[in-house]
Design a binder for this molecule. Structure first.
Ligand code: UT7
Length: 325
């Protein structure tokens, strides 16, 4: 029994925040942002929207593309670092919105690698025969945990959600292998210190902006490129595949320069790499499922193709998933 992605869907909020808008907010320029990150604009959620609302829209879009109905779903997993509230899980809010009573529901926090950690968990449940149909979502409102006065981070992030409906199959297709890694010794490179049991919310944590993302961008950048190259090579070697056999690489969209540098080191032509960071910025756990959905809609993923997903982010965590579509 294998797990295959039966359908994908995505949703991004209507409001567009361009680099030119950011020029009016902090000391930055469209040119700097484009050259250093590849980002032109990002989406910002409306005040009334939360992670489960974006997740719900992405899920609806996915259900439109398959005969599988919400009532068939046995487990809902949401990957997020910007959920509706610390608890209950955003997946429970989503379960309620979908009108489901029986599906199990939980969130996972693996930052930008969250969707791939989620695919690995879903794969395990399906292969073991525990569940046959799983809804997996990456949903983020990073705009809510961004310091809009910090030019080194606020130009990077955006909001959005992407969904995948997974089902059991006997066919020779689906998730082939998943590779999860973490190194907690480097947690400080990318984190949000406030709001947990270490620094519960107080006037002081708000004053010190501890409820916002802190990132040592340059160090993270260098580790990301090195690590992702190694991970892709390991994934392909374990599956006895050559780089030339990959039809599409779908990387986490953190920085166009990270994507290009990784592709160059691996000698993968950029035409075989999915890039949409220009439109959405870094949407953490939502970035890969949004990119995957766009790739599917653009006809860039065909039956039998080998597609490799890879991500790197806070934790530090990094992960890859090889799929035969
Ligand atoms: O999603 C999880 C993983 N995330 C990542 O992997 C992100 C990794 N990091 C990055 O994408 C990049 O490091 C950044 C885009 C965050 C920064 O690019 P960089 O090339 O590493 O720049 P830097 O941090 O070394 O800063 C270079 C200069 C500095 O000025 P000085 O010290 O050289 O005078 C910064 O103050 O750029 C300045 N700078 C800016 N200038 C204009 C930083 N942010 C901005 C800005 N506009 N928004």
């Amino acid at each position: 029994m294998r797990a295959r992605i039966a359908a994908t869907g995505s949703y991004v909020p209507e409001r567009v925040l361009t680099n030119f808008d950011l020029e009016k907010m902090v000391d930055t320029s469209d040119e700097w942002i484009r050259e250093r990150t590849g980002i032109r604009e990002r989406r910002i959620a409306a005040e009334k929207e939360a992670a489960s609302d974006l997740a719900y829209e992405a899920a609806k879009a996915a259900f439109k593309k398959t005969d599988i109905k919400p009532k068939d779903i046995e487990l809902i997993i949401v990957a997020t670092v910007s959920g509706d509230m610390p608890f209950p899980a955003t997946a429970c809010h989503l379960q309620h919105k979908l009108g489901l009573k029986k599906a199990a529901a939980f969130d996972i926090n693996a930052a930008c690698s969250g969707f791939l950690y989620g695919l690995s968990i879903a794969n395990g449940f399906i292969r073991s025969g525990t569940y046959k149909r799983i809804l997996l979502i990456g949903s983020e409102l990073l705009s809510r945990i961004t310091d809009w006065e910090d030019r080194s981070t606020c130009v990077l992030f955006g909001d959005g959600a992407g969904a995948a409906i997974l089902e059991a199959t006997n066919e020779d297709r689906g998730i082939i292998s998943t590779h999860l890694r973490a190194d907690g010794s480097m947690w400080e490179l990318l984190h949000m210190p406030g709001g947990g049991s270490r620094h519960p919310a107080s006037k002081d944590t708000v004053k010190k902006k501890m409820h916002c993302i802190k990132m040592k961008g340059n160090e993270t950048f260098k580790i990301a490129v090195r690590t992702l190259e190694g991970l892709v090579r390991e994934t392909l070697a374990e599956n006895k595949l050559k780089i030339s056999q990959l039809s599409l690489l779908i990387p986490h969209q953190a920085n166009l320069r990270i994507i290009q540098a990784t592709a160059e080191r691996l000698d993968i032509p950029i035409e075989k790499v999915m890039v949409n960071i220009d439109k959405y910025g870094n949407t953490s756990a939502a970035s890969i499922p949004i990119a995957l959905d766009e790739a599917v809609r653009q006809g860039r993923v065909r039956d039998g193709d080998y597609v490799l997903l890879e991500a790197f982010g806070g934790g530090l965590t990094w992960a890859s998933v090889l799929i035969k579509w």
